[in-house]
Design a protein around this ligand. Sequence first.
Ligand SMILES: Nc1ncnc2c1ncn2[C@@H]1O[C@H](COP(=O)(O)OP(=O)(O)OP(=O)(O)O)[C@@H](O)[C@H]1O
Ligand SMILES: [Mg+2]
Length: 488
Amino acid sequence: MFDKECIPFAPSLIESMRSLGYSFQAAIADLIDNSIGANATKVKIISEPQNNPYLIIFDNGSGMSKDELYEAMRYGCNNPLEKRKDNDLGRFGLGLKSASLSQCRKLIVVSKKNNQISSFAWDLDYVVETGQWLLKGFSEEELNRFPCINLLSDVDSGTYIYLSEFDRIKAGTSNLAATFNKCLNDMTNHLALVFHRFIEDGLVIEVNNMPIESRDPFILSNPATQRLKETPIRIEGQKIILKPFILPHLSKITDKEMIKAGGRENLKTEQGFYIYRNRRLIIWGTWFRLEKKDELNKLARVRVDIPNSLDYMWAIDIKKSTATLPDMIKNNMYNAVYESVIMSESIYTFRGRKEKKSSDINYIWEKIKVRDGYHYLINRNIPQIKMLEETLDEKQKKMFHMVISSFEDSFPSAALYADYAKGNIEENITEDSEENKKLWKDLQEQIDYVKNNNLDIVKYYKMFLKVEPYCKNKDVLEKIRKEIKKYE
Ligand SMILES: Nc1ncnc2c1ncn2[C@@H]1O[C@H](COP(=O)(O)OP(=O)(O)OP(=O)(O)O)[C@@H](O)[C@H]1O
Ligand SMILES: [Mg+2]
């Protein structure tokens, strides 16, 4: 047996490594992963969409010494099998190079640590020309010509990345500046979502001096977001934490919150699990085909926190934008939230009913659980029905109940569910004075009926205090109470 070294052919391999499938936004996110891993508190993205656009990513993280930077520029500088620190968002030792060069032909990195400034560059054309894995270095004078390089003077340590020659974007457009501008906008949206937890904790990411606002998919700033019980699942001694949320009813979400949550039109597609690796969002809006993306659970989103120590189990890809979860984890996750989310009462019930559910109110419609779902029945104990019943003979009573039953049997529950899920149903609570008058007039007519039939007026007034729609109207309630006082 003998050994023979077989070194990859630089121009082919470095070109092939560009085709891992990075999108522009995923590439920039991969570079920001590195800034976060270097404990940066501020990341500045600077770019001017023009005919030969460039993009700078500057961070105030720990920076790199010359040796460290040289290692960082090496393809495969870290072994993917190594244990990583808890806050490390990296895994493969490739991102800095492969993400950057997936979009452009020239990657320059300048880093400052212990007052030393070091720099190296990968220039694809140079690698092709020389046929070797040759990095370029720069003199101080050359460095000083890079745009915004003075940002490094203001920090004790940090890293400056300069990307240029965006050949891939250039090849696909006749208006490079406009297309690049669109890429920047999409990138801003993407970063706002994938790093939202870091931004909420104080990380500042600026795009051309404008801080990115976080996009919290659970809209936790809205008090009406329901936070369901956190459920841990243990896999090989490691903990995965699931926390389900139910977004508020559409009418309670402001336009700004809606945009942050992904837009009204995307609510349905963005339901599902939101998988975070070390608090960085990797995949979202999926039930992993374990559940249909139904109209009925479109408000359900489940936050899943997976530590990087489980990377080996879920086959995370180099781009950190897809991952294949083993069936065992998927099924455990699904079972852990099935009861609370997929079959969530709160999604299936009426918003007003649930919030106002109180033993003090006699609801007109009652929801009754049956084996294969729910039935809606009219509550026979409401005064509107009771007073009529009291004046009917047995035959009439029977007829009356048959009419009510026919209403119940034809209750359009399926259509109502769908309309409700689409946000087409508004609760009709109004404090409008004309409405109040009408409500009071209706009630008076019913009380007249009670009087004319010699029924107990106070008893009925008291019953009306607790029944819809009167119990929801302050004005009417006050008037009823006054009437009761007159009789007592
Ligand atoms: N902005 C930065 N500040 C400080 N160090 C950095 C920075 N960017 C990269 N590095 C260093 O360079 C190394 C290589 O980065 P690279 O992104 O290529 O691989 P990785 O982060 O280890 O893994 P992955 O391929 O999963 O991203 C990092 O491990 C880190 O030590
Ligand atoms: Mg990395």
